[in-house]
Design a protein around this ligand. Structure first.
Ligand code: MN
Length: 203
């Protein structure tokens, strides 16, 4: 059985950039629903219950057809949100300082150019989805987007930073103003965690 991880900070920790009510509903309702739906989908298939989220997501084609879509959406939702909470922190933001900073400069020219490209990608997601900074198979950084709850790992790309641009992530505070939410989100990016993620996927 998969379980909902605890938020590593208070609901209000990311104020004023992300409001407490949004965090509470996002974590306690939306993320919880992905976990519950995933467990319900796997319940009739004991053999699948021992698999990791990643194993489930990279073998969607091998799953029973009756649950493949549910697993795609809900295992994706669970893994994406579990990553997302950790990539946020209070008193965060700014710029990375370690190897990620160097790779960003090498790949995009400057941190500002990277931000511009990431913002453009996040704004371009039509409907619900995510923008990601990933390590591609050749080891290079790349900005990608995914629809719904898809995760780049399905395409062999390892995410080190991700931004949820579903309306449920920002609508209470920002309504239709996704660009304002994106700009605010940079203030709570946990670059230390992104550096740790990078070290993990490139070791
Ligand atoms: Mn979400």
């Amino acid at each position: 059985m998969f379980t909902l991880p605890k938020l590593p900070y208070e609901f209000g920790a990311l104020e004023p950039y992300i409001d407490a009510q949004t965090m509470e509903i996002h974590h306690d309702k939306h993320h919880a629903a992905y976990v519950n739906n995933l467990n319900a989908a796997l319940e009739p298939f004991p053999k699948l219950q021992g698999k990791s989220l990643e194993e489930l997501l990279v073998s969607l084609d091998d799953l029973p057809a009756s649950i493949a879509t549910q697993v795609r959406n809900n295992a994706g939702g669970h893994v994406n949100h579990s990553l997302f909470w950790l990539m946020l922190a209070s008193n965060a933001g700014g710029e990375p300082k370690g190897p990620v900073a160097q790779e960003i400069k090498k790949t995009f020219g400057s941190f500002a150019a990277f931000q511009d490209q990431f913002n453009a990608a996040a704004k371009s997601v039509f409907g619900s989805g995510w923008a990601w900074l990933v390590v591609a198979k050749n080891g290079e950084l790349k900005i990608v987007t995914t629809p719904n709850q898809d995760n780049p790992v399905v395409d062999g790309k390892l995410p080190i930073l991700g931004l949820d641009v579903w309306e449920h992530a920002y609508y209470l505070k920002y309504q239709n103003r996704r660009p304002d939410y994106i700009n605010a989100w940079w203030h709570v990016v946990n670059w230390q965690r992104v550096e740790d993620n990078y070290a993990q996927v490139t070791k």
